[in-house]
Design a protein around this ligand. Structure first.
Ligand SMILES: Cc1ncc(COP(=O)(O)O)c(C=O)c1O
Length: 408
């Protein structure tokens, strides 16, 4: 006869893993799930996913062909040659020089490219502008890097003097910059990015240029390519097919660097952690036009951005800057005096949730380190997922409930 001893094992978890946890969006998913399970209709403007009504031309058909041809062997650790060649050709057309397919590593979305970069860089300080997309912070925390914050200014642009000072006083392993920017929708000016490149080079610090929203820029004045100033010999360019190609679930992104040493270690991580990204989806993308379908996606999102901008006319909502890129509206919400910190952090969220059909956004404090209280009065609303008529409904419900500003 078996006896079972109720032996309690003390589970030990590394600080690395503990530091690499917690996702605001995932927590919100639970909140959304709870509302849905009660049969409550909601408008979910929290997730950064693409519009399910958009299909990138050619991809599905190629994927079917790939599956039918039983193409599914282990891929090259850096990605299948044809896809890297397709990406290289695109980058060269865009103006990047001296690139070969060896300078490209396909990853499981842009997120893995960023994780791998955090993995290979030394554990010294990393400069991350706030507000930021959470994983850029958690990855670096996981590797115990000191995170030095610099805040975007009131125009949502980089504070270059501050970055220069931080680099002067710290042993830094990287400067992270994301443009078009999540959550503000800002696109940093060409001039400031050029200067950032110069500053980083002066301090011999690599730049991590996160362009996950590449192609989703709505204003001509800020529509330029980083090939005009980014030196890929000492920096990383990260891109993704999740947003511009509406392929988030296929998990495809890539990192480009002409630095052989960086690429060697990035591809080793890729090999050791994953044996490469799944080959059928790579193959499906390898022979399609990677840019021809983007203008339509961009036009679609631009129209939706313009609809949601209607919130700026509503009492209590102030959008400092219309988003020039990405898929988010970053709006300030007037907060009454005398609230506790928690009440301030969740005020805007609850306000939108209180509408006739509850609207779910992401509270601003999720885009900053825990001790930063700069963004309590902000909320991020995604305009990609829900259809235009539902975005209009958000604006109409808010106008009805809170009234229009007197100058409207
Ligand atoms: C700023 C930023 N970088 C990178 C990513 C990574 O996206 P993915 O892993 O889907 O390519 C995201 C996704 O939301 C993002 O917002």
């Amino acid at each position: 006869m078996h006896t079972t001893t109720n032996h309690k094992t003390k589970i030990k978890i590394s600080d690395r893993a503990k530091n690499c946890s917690g996702s605001a969006i995932a927590n919100l998913r639970e909140e959304v799930g709870a509302l849905l399970s009660q049969g409550i209709r909601i408008l979910d403007l929290s997730s950064g996913d693409f519009d399910p009504r958009i299909e990138y031309p050619g991809f599905k058909q190629r994927l079917h062909e790939t599956v039918d041809s039983d193409y599914q062997k282990y891929p090259h650790k850096q990605g299948i040659l044809e896809l890297r060649a397709n990406i290289r050709d695109l980058l060269i057309k865009e103006g990047f020089t001296g690139l070969t397919i060896d300078d490209i590593c396909i990853t499981n979305g842009g997120i893995q490219a960023l994780f791998n970069i955090a993995f290979i860089l030394p554990d010294s300080a990393v400069i991350i502008p706030t507000p930021f997309w959470g994983p850029a912070y958690t990855h670096n925390r996981a590797f115990n890097k000191l995170i030095l914050h610099t805040h975007l200014d009131k125009n949502h642009q980089l504070d270059l003097d501050h970055i220069d000072r931080l680099l002067s006083h710290n042993d830094s392993s990287a400067v992270y910059v994301n443009t078009p920017h999540n959550p503000t929708g800002s696109v940093f000016s060409r001039k400031s990015l050029e200067e950032l490149v110069t500053i980083a080079a002066k301090h011999d610090t690599p730049l991590i240029y996160d362009e996950a929203y590449h192609g989703l820029v709505y204003d001509d004045e800020v529509n330029f390519s980083p090939s005009e100033f980014l030196d890929l010999r000492n920096s990383f360019l990260v891109r993704s097919f999740s947003k511009s190609h509406s392929l988030s679930g296929y998990r495809l992104g890539y990192v480009v660097s002409r630095n052989r040493e960086y690429m060697r270690y990035l591809s080793e991580i890729q090999l050791n952690a994953t044996s490469g990204v799944n080959s059928p989806t790579q193959k499906a993308l390898a022979h399609i036009d990677l840019e021809g379908g983007i203008p339509k996606v961009r036009e679609h999102y631009k129209r939706k951005r313009d609809i949601l901008m209607g919130l700026n006319k509503v009492n209590g909502f102030n959008i400092d800057r219309a988003p020039k890129g990405a898929i988010y509206l970053w709006t300030q919400v007037d907060i009454p005096h005398g609230l506790t910190i928690h009440e301030r952090d969740t005020y805007g969220f609850n306000l939108l949730k209180s509408l006739e059909v509850p609207v779910i956004g992401v509270p601003g404090y999720h885009f900053a380190p825990p001790d930063c209280k700069l963004y309590s009065n902000y909320i991020r609303l995604t305009f990609s997922i829900v259809p235009p008529e539902e975005l209009q409904q958000v604006v109409d419900m808010a106008s009805k409930k809170f009234g229009l500003k007197s100058n409207q």
